[in-house]
Design a protein around this ligand. Structure first.
Ligand code: NAD
Ligand code: G3P
Length: 318
């Protein structure tokens, strides 16, 4: 919708024929955004070769853990000049790769042709054209600027950045912190606890970013604190909702069964923790979220464990 409203010729690749059909005839995706009318210029196809033919830009937005398999199939259809943009906020579980790293590896692309978009962008709000801003990051600033111009509308305002690592980490870690604020809310622990988790969650993002080469300023921007605030506070967040279900006593299997959309943090938390341990970075909130997901701690025990940690000075670096 954003790209079509910005004046681009947009082709969506859908897996299911009935979804492609609904987008082409009723201008609606009834499974994922029921009730939202898409611009009639948005067309859909089930054929990835048709979707990718001569595309200036390919925007990838599927569950992070399915990217490798899907992209292996799609890569041969990516044209020589196409820039690939990731909207995904996850980390591959087996490898710890960020989505842009995975794209460059699987599609064999130079980093200058891979960009990421990340920020406080709850899908349903954007689909109703409510104002939002985001960050488009690419190591090549000119490419980021091209993408910025291609996605600028009256309701969507992208900023550019060259810090791909910081933007991607901001998106991936905030999902885990949103699971934690959901757990806390499910337990009824109050707004002070939510603010505590968000602020110390940001410290975890900053520490991990520091060792992985992110710009320390990125964490205070839209892809850092901006997305953290939106996701941790909004009932529209799937990660926060998933955590809330667990906090109210559901098992992971029960929460998974009632969710129809992706909560990336559930699978990426473990990969982020492994990445942090590899670099000797302490991420206590991420650690207890992983323990709750694995069934080693209850939500209550996780809260008690965090509150019983040794007192320390307030620091943001490693
Ligand atoms: N929804 C949001 O508000 C939002 C905002 C910003 C970023 N993101 C990120 O975008 C990514 C996708 O999330 P989403 O909100 O679209 O999730 P979703 O669950 O709503 O939709 C997933 C999409 O991927 C497709 N899909 C599911 N399994 C697939 C598979 N195995 N192979 C191919 N396609 C598959 C679905 O058909 C659907 O189109 C995530 O990484 C998420 O963090 C989401
Ligand atoms: O619904 P969530 O929890 O995946 O969050 C959606 C977006 O990432 C918010 O920016």
């Amino acid at each position: 919708m954003v790209l079509a409203d910005a004046g681009n010729d947009v082709v969506v690749h859908a897996r299911r024929n009935e979804i492609a059909e609904a987008i082409n005839t009723r201008h609606e995706n009834p499974n994922y955004l029921p009730g939202i009318t898409l611009p009639p210029t948005v067309r859909a196809t089930t054929d990835p070769a048709v979707a990718l033919a001569d595309a200036d830009v390919a925007v990838l937005s599927i569950p992070a853990q399915t990217l490798r398999t899907n992209l292996t199939t799609w890569a041969p259809f990516i044209s020589a000049d196409t820039v690939v943009v990731s909207l995904m906020k996850g980390i591959e579980t087996d490898t710890g790769l960020r989505m842009s790293e995975l794209i460059a590896q699987v599609a064999d692309l130079p980093t200058e042709r891979v960009a990421v978009l990340s920020g406080p962008n709850l899908a349903r709000e954007i689909a109703t054209r409510q104002p939002a801003a985001s960050v488009i990051a690419c190591v090549d600033e000119k490419v980021a600027e091209r993408l910025q111009n291609a996605s600028l509308t009256s309701y969507f305002r992208p900023y550019t950045n060259t810090d791909v690592v910081g933007c991607e980490l901001g998106g991936a870690v905030k999902n885990v912190i949103a699971l934690a604020t959901g757990l806390s809310s499910g337990l009824g622990l109050g707004d002070n606890a939510t603010a505590l988790l968000m602020t110390r969650g940001l410290a975890e993002t900053a520490r991990l970013g520091q060792v992985l080469g992110a710009d320390p300023i990125t964490v205070s921007g839209l892809a850092g604190v901006g997305d953290l605030v939106a996701t941790c506070s909004s009932p529209l967040s799937r990660n926060r909702t998933f955590g809330e279900h667990l906090g109210k006593g559901m098992t992971v299997a029960e929460a998974t069964a009632v969710m129809t959309q992706t909560a990336e943090g559930v699978k990426s938390a473990d990969a982020l923790l492994a990445l942090a341990r590899r670099h000797n970075v302490e991420m206590p909130i991420t650690e207890v979220v992983v323990a709750v997901i694995d069934g080693r701690l209850t939500a209550r025990e996780a809260a008690d464990l965090l509150m019983s940690r040794t007192p320390k000075p307030e620091r943001y670096g490693v």
